[in-house]
Design a protein around this ligand. Sequence first.
Ligand code: PHE
Length: 343
Amino acid sequence: MWDTIDNVTKELKGFHPGTQVEVEEFRVRMLGRKGVLTRLFDEFRNVDPAGKKELGKKLNLLKNQIQETLNEHKERLSRTETGKSRTEDMTKPADLLNAGSRHPIAIVQREILDIFRKMGFSVEEGPEIEDDWHVFSALNFAPDHPARDMQDTFFINNDSDNPVLLRTHTSSVQVRTMEKQKPPIRVVCPGRVFRNEAISARAHCIFHQVEGLYIDENVSFADLKQSILIFVREMFGSSARIRLRPSYFPFTEPSAEVDMNCNICGGAGCNICKNTGWLEIMGAGMVDPNVLKASGIDPEKHTGFAFGMGVERIAMLKWQVRDLRHYFENDVRFLEQFQSGLL
Ligand code: PHE
């Protein structure tokens, strides 16, 4: 028996398998049901009591050594096997880096601007920190208009006659454009706006707008309606329809709220359109003569239309996202669903 033990010990030292199959074969040959060790343990039962203790120790030790050696080789081989497939073909192109994706709001904003660019509008931007004049006064807001309330607007400095505040709409950029350009004016003004509102699935205190302004001689309400219809059909497909409801804004007269037929239920009525078949998508109207005057444009000579929409709202309708907060949480699992081809 001692000879066999010596042989196994030697074999174990020289054992250097190249594959998992060899490891398994060795295990079966040593520890399997008919394995060398199993046989040794069988023989051990009949051994003379005198040498039994020492032999027993030796056998147990050997069994443990075999088991450890098998485990080590198993692990080593599994490590090199994965390593192997990585280093094998050095000419393989590298794994692509995850380059990320454009934010869904940026994708939709671009689409909106592209549609209006095709209609001859150019893009104007302006400051997010504004003054009362450009956000309210020049736009014909009465001195006691509720939008000027702290409940609706974030003020930075409310001490002077012309308070500093975060713009509540990008109509301020339209005022700045009218102040520096002579008609014809055709601009779209994208940007972030701020309102003191509780955050919910349908509202946020920060969101994005695209507002538009067209001023020239003889600009009519029909021009406004047709421009919006073209926009909606480009954005949502040629079967989209619009309807205009009378509304009120201090800076337009007449004013309208624009609805689009619900693209979720197709007009049959659902919880998104509150069973009306219509969804509100923007405000619009003919620029009030007071607004033109305040920016140095002669309302006897020029007329214009203006409109303004929330980008988050358009994006929600386009992708049927039901909770606006997803757009602000920046969870990559949400964001990476909106791939727009090349970044
Ligand atoms: N400025 C308005 C708003 O923020 C939208 C609007 C723009 C309405 C132009 C009419 C004309 O809600």
